[in-house]
Ligand binder design. Sequence first.
Ligand SMILES: Nc1ncnc2c1ncn2[C@@H]1O[C@H](COP(=O)(O)OP(=O)(O)OP(=O)(O)O)[C@@H](O)[C@H]1O
Ligand SMILES: [Mg+2]
Length: 618
Amino acid sequence: MITVITFSILFAGVLIIDQILYRLNKHILELRMNDIMLRIDEAHDILKDAGLANVQAYRDSARKELISKFIGYKFGKTGFIYIINEKGQALTGGNTSIIPYDNLKKISTEKSGFTEFKSLTNGKSKFSFFDTSKFQWKIFLIMDKKELYEQRNLYILAVSLIGILVLISGLGVSYLLAARFSRQTIEILNCVKNVAKNDLSSKINIQPITDEYGELQLGINSMIDELREREIEREKALEEFGKHQKFESLGILAGGIAHDFNNLLTAIRGNVQLAQMYKHDSEELKHCLSDTEHATVRAMDLTRQLLTFAKGGTPVKTTASIPELLQSTVTFILRGSKSKCEFAFAEKLRPVDIDTTQISQVIDNLVINANQSMPNGGIINIRAENAYINETSTLPLEKGEYIKITITDHGTGILKQNIPKIFDPFFTTKHSGTGLGLATSYAILKRHGGHISVESEVGIGSTFYVYLPASINAVKVKALLDSMSYAGGGRILVMDDQESIRALLGKMLALMNYEAEFANDGQKAVDIFAEAKKSGKPFDAVIMDLTVPGAMGGKEAVKVLREIDPDVIAFVTSGYSNDPVMAQYKEYGFKGRLDKPFKIQDLKNLLKSFLNNKTNES
Ligand SMILES: Nc1ncnc2c1ncn2[C@@H]1O[C@H](COP(=O)(O)OP(=O)(O)OP(=O)(O)O)[C@@H](O)[C@H]1O
Ligand SMILES: [Mg+2]
């Protein structure tokens, strides 16, 4: 753009100068011609004054003298005087034959003026000025156009050279300026980009600080200083806040453990005291000792849960499919509740390498929380999709392929100030909550190389996001089932006061194609059993917990069941393997025993032997 403008100005300048020089030359030529005319006039006047103007002889001699004066009269290199008398004869130099006819015609009709013509002899351009003298001669000043324009051309050349020099230096200066400005702009841009990436160590260093760039540099540098100071302050504040939060979490943790252990210790101490008072071998003493043991086992349970949360429970991983795990876990948990689950699984979901028991525990905790947040029931949306985590992600996860599980409820939501605390152990807002659900889930996911996060709004609901690393292996669930080579089939009644055990047995039975029903104490089990028999859909077997605190346990319930159906296939299950009922289960009316903790193979073998036997017998 600058170049175009410069060239235009230069071109216009040359045209103007050309015109000025042309007119100047013309003027000089005119002056010289006037000078010649003046001399002729002078000669004429002298003759006239002497009264000799009409005397032919004098006239002729005066003419001759004039002509002699003009012969050899030179203008520059090529200019000369050319005179033609009234008869058309050339009186000085050359001859009229060099002037083309048209130009001659112009000379003869006009008094004075310029004409340009091409020499008829050598074809060169000539330039002439003419006038008619008082002697009736035609007087020409003829000059080569080339010479006339020579000076002008010299000027043009000089001006052009100056112009080109100005242009080149202009371009050079603008290039240097542009280079300097763009270098400064790039430096400023890089610095601003670093600041945007939170790198407050970079600064701009433009020298000298004279222009707007310098001002900008000073402004940005002082802004970086300010930001750095604020960052230091923020880090200090965060550190303080972190310490405070750790103390608070530790307080909640200690408070939670203290509260739960206190309750258990109260039960143990109270029962021990009572035991000392009861008679040896009395029924009350047995009860006290059994309650004491029960409380001790619960204390052990609590320690186990704490350990799962704190460090233990290294996942025993197998390759699993998330939709299958979600469906079997969730369907069981929500049985009998007012809430319903809606699933949405993305196509081509990758499998995951997980400890299925632990991940089921996570899903259990999340779905139970979601259900509890909707006391009147509602929809729980569960989605699973493949997700790629790259370096730009803010999640504390390694770059790579993941499975993202999203669990959304439309319940009470979580107060903003509680959100940072919900993963803390023992943080609970529920009357009978332990506050270990989310803390355990968090710990389990961390051990799986995954993550859990939450978004929630009070009155609208909560969404939990679970990330699990995708597996490169294919799912081997089918192979596991095949290895069990037991199709099962039939109806089983499960009685246990602990929801988690009911859930576990339910899932295991479902896997073996058994239809299960559940009761949380002995009385309920008896009712369901009797009702089923009456309606013609009796149970093939019953699995019952040995003791249920404050309600009828398996030991009592089996007696009633045998009254209803003497052939009832009842199994006793308990963690108290030393209990006399467990040791001599047959004497108490049970067909078999299932020691807690049990594996799916234990359950399979138990059912397989008894239910097959039953089929064979009938
Ligand atoms: N889906 C949810 N909606 C509303 N609040 C929730 C939800 N999930 C968790 N919370 C809040 O987080 C707290 C901690 O949850 P967490 O599962 O760890 O313990 P809990 O549910 O209180 O006790 P527990 O799991 O032993 O029954 C809950 O008490 C509740 O305040
Ligand atoms: Mg919970």
